[in-house]
Ligand binder design. Structure first.
Ligand code: ARG
Length: 565
């Protein structure tokens, strides 16, 4: 496909004698096509050229001349608005998307680069709680986006499989195992034990000692305790796997905290060699440059902690993956932790790698009254319950809308799961997510089901047409609504790149909503199946590629499309 931004940047750089790549970065795509297909904000060059934006715009305009891609340029408020030759553009986009098929929008900008993504990472023996939804959803989507752009991606589930959390469950299990049934759904009994233990410990802090003892034994390699620990991990992972399957979520590694037990000595040694470990109230810490608390490495009992494990994990990832980027999908609450860990890594002599690490934070999940999800009784809080409820509700809606549909259960799964995922990715990640069933499953709202429905509609149009043409006279799509759809399809690849650049899958979500809405307007204004075969062929192909791009875009979010619903 012709890179219009590149061509325009070349032209402007030639006229103004400035850097083409900078210009390319400044070029914008106006929301409203009346302001042009592209716009160049001339104030960006004002300093360098020592001229007013207005003057720069006029200069560029007067020297622009004839161009095979550009129809005209206009000056508005210091902006250069650029109108391209639409017929040529439409032809170029349609030809490319039809020729490239599944590969449309893909790129090789990531070739030769490795990205580690640390996401999901639940804490074993606790429920797979709504609190881990966002990390899983956003991480899964970023995995697919980077993969699409040619990066080598290593997805890591840094399981919280060590420490006091799991030992509370082990201690409770030792005391009460005879009271529970582990035959049918062992995970439920394990969770019940965890909840019971915590409740008692809240009222009686001394109760903690049971878990402390269990942890000591686990650390010492006690056979019985280790066996229980392994079993709890196995049962938990089996439970998580069901959710991961629903979400089309995969990991290349499940190396959790426990994996680093025998890799911690190196961290301590390297810190000691560099004289970085400082005694503080019996603990060993690394002092930070900025005005933030020191990073604790060893507790006063001499045990390692969360940060020590993250450092060991980083050394391991450096050795084994030699990453260009290492992203951590973890709630904003842990911002300080990651600052401390990255700074410590840097002080240890790994500045280059520390710079490649990035904490990717996100907001909370709130219920429709603005309360933190799960903080009130009666709300579903485990992901298993939430997805279950969503699938059930979707099934009801589908049964009402389309009682004769085949395979309703599998459609309901795609719709129910897609709805939850889309809701999570609908807005920029740092914003809190509102979890409101009426919104999430609204087939006419800005939702996953709405997009799936739009896709299904494109497919049903194609079925009505029967034979799909392979080519057409695409200039017949040059009307207001048709052009708008083509323009969006043409920008798909750029949107995916920007989403990766900002680690922001919501850019794809917003894009898909724009595309679906633009297609709706097109569909409402024009008959796709019509008397003029040439016009019909062009419109049918536009319908096809719209469906293809929606499906591909949703796949990048981790959402599957049913063919009918
Ligand atoms: N298990 C941790 C938690 O639930 C998240 C782990 C994130 N990853 C990491 N490398 N620290 O809070």
């Amino acid at each position: 496909m012709i890179d219009y931004k590149e061509q325009i940047a070349l032209k402007i750089a030639e006229i103004t004698v400035t850097n083409k790549d900078d210009i390319k970065n400044y070029i914008e795509v106006p929301q409203n096509t009346e302001m042009g297909d592209f716009a160049f904000p001339c104030f960006r060059l004002a300093k360098e050229l020592k001229k007013s934006p207005m003057q720069i715009a006029e200069d560029i305009k007067s020297q622009f001349g004839e161009n095979e891609l550009i129809d005209k340029v206009e000056v508005v408020n210091g902006y250069l608005n650029i109108f391209i030759k639409k017929d040529a553009y439409i032809y170029d986009v349609m030809k490319s998307v039809l020729a490239e098929g599944d590969n449309y929008g893909r790129s090789n900008i990531g070739n030769g680069k490795t990205i580690v993504i640390d996401y999901s990472s639940p804490n074993i023996a606790k429920p797979f709680h709504i609190g881990h939804l966002r990390s899983t959803v956003i991480g899964n989507s970023l995995y697919k986006i980077y993969d699409f752009l040619g990066f080598k991606v290593i997805g890591i589930n840094h399981l919280g499989d060590w420490g006091m959390g799991v030992c509370r469950t082990i201690a409770g299990y030792l005391m009460w195992k005879d009271e529970y049934d582990f035959s049918e759904r062992p995970i439920d009994s394990i969770l019940a034990i965890y909840v019971r233990y915590n409740k008692i410990e809240k009222e009686d802090p001394d109760f903690k000692q049971h878990a402390v003892d269990a942890l000591k034994k686990l650390e010492a390699g006690d056979e019985e305790i280790t066996k229980i620990w392994n079993w709890i991990i196995k049962v938990s992972l089996e439970n998580y796997q069901k959710i991961y399957d629903l979400m089309d979520c995969k990991f290349d590694s499940y190396n959790g905290e426990a994996f680093y037990n025998d890799k911690m000595d190196r961290v301590i040694k390297e810190l000691e060699d560099k004289n970085l470990l400082v005694e503080s109230e019996g603990a060993k810490v690394v002092m930070m440059d900025e005005d933030i608390p020191p990073c604790m490495i060893l507790t006063s009992q001499g045990t390692t902690i969360y940060a020590t494990r993250d450092l060991a994990a980083l050394l391991y990832r450096i050795d084994n993956y030699n990453f260009d980027k290492c992203l951590y999908l973890v709630a904003s609450e842990q911002a300080l932790h990651f600052k401390q860990v990255f700074e410590t890594l840097s002080k240890m002599g790994y500045e280059e790698y520390a710079k490649r690490c990035e904490h990717i934070p996100f907001g909370l999940v709130l219920d429709e009254d603005g309360q933190k999800m799960g903080s009130r009784k009666g709300n579903a809080t485990t992901l298993e319950e939430i997805f279950g409820e969503s699938i059930e509700k979707s099934l009801k809606i589908i049964e009402e809308k389309n009682p004769d549909l085949e395979d309703k259960q599998s459609v309901a799964e795609k719709v129910g799961v897609g709805a939850i995922i889309f809701n999570d990715l609908a807005n920029s990640r740092i914003k809190d997510e509102i979890f409101d069933w009426n919104q999430i499953l609204n087939f006419n709202g800005e939702t996953g089901p709405y997009l799936q429905y739009t896709y299904v509609r494109t497919r049903s149009i194609l079925r009505n047409v029967g034979e799909i043409p392979t080519s057409a006279d695409f200039s017949l799509l040059n009307d207001k609504e048709g052009y708008e759809v083509v323009r969006l399809i043409g920008s798909f690849g750029d949107v995916v790149k920007s989403a990766a650049d900002k680690n922001e899958p919501s850019m794809i979500s917003r894009y898909l909503l724009d595309l679906a809405k633009a297609f709706s307007r097109f569909y409402n204004e024009h008959h796709i199946i019509c008397d003029d075969k040439n016009v019909q062929d062009a419109r049918v192909l536009l319908t096809k590629v719209t469906g293809d791009v929606i499906k591909e875009g949703l796949a990048l979010l981790g959402i599957r499309c049913p063919e009918k619903m």
